[in-house]
Design a protein around this ligand. Structure first.
Ligand code: FAD
Length: 293
């Protein structure tokens, strides 16, 4: 199986789906149905997020392994530094490797108090995502990805400092980056330009989350430090009482964002699915009918 890095080097746009590990059996059934719905689209990869807390972390490893085993899809396991010693983090990398997962997304993670709370590393743990890139690199055998932030990470001193962090992660061995959700194509292209100006070559895959439910997306955007731009609010706010209209508009806006990103040279699209398939499929099918994916 070829690596995602090799796929991206060929210049073929990648498209991918992100899932989270469900809390219970009912949630898991929803996830497996969603995966069955999305698998025929033959994504370049799928990824599974990593939570804080032992049971959710075990679930991530188990679900990622099962996706890879059952479907043969390329699966990326996310991994964070939250509430784990360096030894524990190393163990998770070894579990991924033992399960045949050779792609990891190396993340710092957010403090238990939420993305806005001050970050405190585990006393025997690691401080920055770059430390995890190095650890996975030392273990060997992984194709390593990292996070990127079109609007800057909330703790970053400046957009420029944040771009320097991404370039440092590339120099430490990261071969691709996936972005936080964002709504303006120019924010993405400006990040790519900052990174290229610093000599970074890393492919930066934009993360896409359509607005389907205004309250939910507002909350996620606020937590992640992304801002819903005025030009988007102006289209959603007047119809915010009409759920179906919001959903239709959200899909239309996300589809247009995808077109603009691909037209401007983005190396792929990474859909944050929240474990549902319908909206992603709708956007994807429109793009495919236009020959874009
Ligand atoms: P880092 O790269 O360590 O950066 C964190 C902050 O420190 C930034 O402000 C950065 O500019 C700064 N910094 C980094 N290195 C240095 C340095 N050497 N000196 C000074 N400052 C530095 N969270 C989860 O809990 N689970 C997930 O599965 C998950 N998946 C994600 C997937 C994607 C695509 C993205 C974009 C984010 C995801 N997150 C996830 C959220 C992520 O963990 C948080 O955004 C976190 O706050 C930052 O992670 P990072 O890997 O970018 O950290």
């Amino acid at each position: 199986d070829r690596s995602l890095a090799a796929h991206l080097r060929d210049g073929v746009p990648s498209f991918s789906f992100e899932f989270f590990p469900p809390k219970d059996d009912a949630g898991e059934e929803v996830l497996w149905n969603t995966i069955a719905d999305l698998e025929p689209l033959e994504p370049t990869f799928v990824s599974v997020t990593y939570g804080a807390g032992g049971t959710s972390q075990e679930r991530t490893v188990r679900i990622t392994a099962r996706i890879a085993e059952q479907s043969g899809m390329r699966a990326i396991g996310h991994l964070t530094l939250v509430a784990q010693s360096k030894g524990e983090i190393e163990d998770v990398l070894k579990q991924y490797a033992a399960a045949g997962i050779d792609h990891v997304l190396a993340l710092r993670g957010d403090p238990k108090g939420g993305p806005r709370a001050p970050w405190e590393p585990h006393p025997d743990g690691m401080t920055y995502a770059i430390d995890l890139v190095e650890l996975a690199g030392d273990l060997g055998g992984f194709c390593i990805g990292v996070a990127a932030f079109p609007e800057g990470h909330p703790d970053a001193a400046s957009l420029q400092a944040d771009a320097e962090v991404l370039v440092a992660k590339e120099r430490a061995g990261a071969e691709y980056a996936i972005t936080q959700l964002f709504f303006r194509a120019s924010d993405y292209f400006d990040l790519v330009q900052r990174v290229r100006d610093l000599g970074g070559r890393i492919p930066i895959i934009p993360g896409i989350m359509p607005i389907l439910n205004f309250a939910q997306v507002s909350r996620m955007a606020e937590l992640s430090g992304a801002e819903i731009p005025r030009e988007v609010l102006d289209q959603i706010e007047p119809i915010s009482d009409d759920k179906d209209a919001v959903r239709a508009k959200g899909i239309e806006l996300a589809t247009q964002l995808c077109r603009d990103l691909l037209a401007g040279g983005a190396p792929g699209l990474h859909f944050i699915t929240l474990n549902r398939s319908k909206a992603t499929r709708e956007i994807f099918e429109t793009l495919r009918s236009e020959g874009l994916v």
